[in-house]
Design a protein around this ligand. Structure first.
Ligand code: NAD
Length: 337
């Protein structure tokens, strides 16, 4: 029996997390779900969006499946996602952009991985005002932080049979911060001669990605660039509603979550696509060693999207979250493994 911390989160989170739990339970993989709160929904009870109880649950179980968390602008709390990543030292955020037939992609075979450093950079919260009219943010990059995320990208490529790793930053202008990241990339690439190494300036990467996405395989970059590029890649795959992701720390902790946010305007409307959360659940099954069951979930999702009969609005249908999840469950149950 696996023990997994389950975080419903905010906005559409509880609906897509509940749908995902039903889908994973349908595979028969024995999981004891430990529900933990995070996000704005945790504030009334705990007085903060990332309660210590939730951190302890993840530390104990080593693995979590989470819904998106709302970051209220000006609420006084730092971003709950950043706080969670910092408290658990989740330094690598790996986001998948994969198109499925019927997913609305203009491209046939999008299959991109964006590995994003997720502790450092301009997101580390080092901001200050100088008087009323000048705001300063500090870009904070360390050699250790760069090394571990770039190594993670190469290790990921090795484990999943990927052919190429592209390191992408703005080293031509930011010579110290991004320059160091790129130099570290070049050094680490030498340890992986079987994997092709490529370096592309981040703005050029954005242009090449939309013109010839097949040129890229695994992209590794810093926090802010990775946030933007992974949404771009999700758009290339067709919809934010199918982009799955995972976060890794050094001590074996892994937290799985969709690329998209909490889309508050759709909360409690049984409207949004549950697939990004479900596919994140499939990644979790694979991480647990349940590779056949992970593939079974991905295949069921792919078939439901390809049929196009029971899909949500973003994929051109009018099915609700629950109905789409139910269609996926029926596919899973039909195909015993
Ligand atoms: P968002 O991803 O929540 O939503 C943007 C739009 O994308 C939605 O309005 C909707 O049209 C579409 N969309 C998103 N998910 C969808 C789905 N599953 N199915 C169909 N359509 C979907 O981005 P946002 O509006 O910028 O952010 C809302 C909140 O989410 C903010 O508070 C933000 O900070 C937070 N956020 C959290 C995470 C996370 O928890 N990892 C990630 C991104 C944003």
């Amino acid at each position: 029996m696996y023990k997994v911390t389950l975080i419903p989160g905010d906005g559409i989170g509880p609906e897509i997390v509940s749908a995902t739990r039903s889908v994973i339970d349908a595979t028969g993989v024995p999981i004891k779900w430990e529900i933990a709160q995070a996000g704005q929904s945790a504030v009334p009870k705990y007085g903060e969006p990332i309660p210590q109880e939730t951190i302890e649950s993840i530390r104990k179980n080593r693995i979590a499946l989470k819904g998106p968390l709302t970051n209220i602008v000006g609420s006084g709390f730092p971003s709950p996602n950043i706080t969670l990543r910092q408290k658990l030292d989740l330094f690598a955020n790996i986001r998948h952009a994969k198109s499925f037939p019927g997913s609305g992609s203009k491209w046939d075979n999008i299959d991109l991985i964006v590995v994003r450093e997720s502790i450092e950079d301009i997101y580390s919260g080092l901001e200050q005002m100088i008087g009323d009219d000048i705001a300063i943010g500090t870009k904070f990059i360390t050699r250790k932080g760069s090394e571990r995320v770039i190594r993670k990208a190469f290790e990921y490529a090795k484990e999943f049979g990927r052919k190429k790793v592209t390191v992408s930053v703005k080293a031509n202008v930011l010579k110290l911060t991004d320059g160091m990241f790129l130099r570290v990339g070049r050094e680490i690439a030498k340890e992986y001669p079987e994997i092709e190494f490529d370096e592309t300036i981040i703005d050029a990467l954005a242009m090449h990605l939309v013109r010839e996405p097949e040129r890229f395989d695994v992209i590794v970059t810093q926090n802010l660039y990775g946030d933007i590029v992974s949404d771009l890649a999700a758009g290339l795959a067709g919809s934010l509603g199918i982009g799955s992701g995972s976060n890794y720390g050094e001590d074996g902790i892994a937290v799985f979550e969709p690329v998209h946010g909490s889309a508050p305007k759709y909360a409690d409307k049984n409207k949004v696509n549950p697939c990004a959360e479900i596919l994140s659940g499939a990644l979790m099954l694979s991480y647990l060693g349940e590779k056949a069951q992970s593939k079974r979930v991905e295949k069921a999702v792919s078939e439901v999207i390809a049929e196009g009969k029971t899909v949500t609005y973003d994929l051109g249908g009018d099915a609700g979250t629950k109905e789409m999840a139910e269609a996926i469950i029926q596919k899973i149950l039909k195909e015993e493994v």
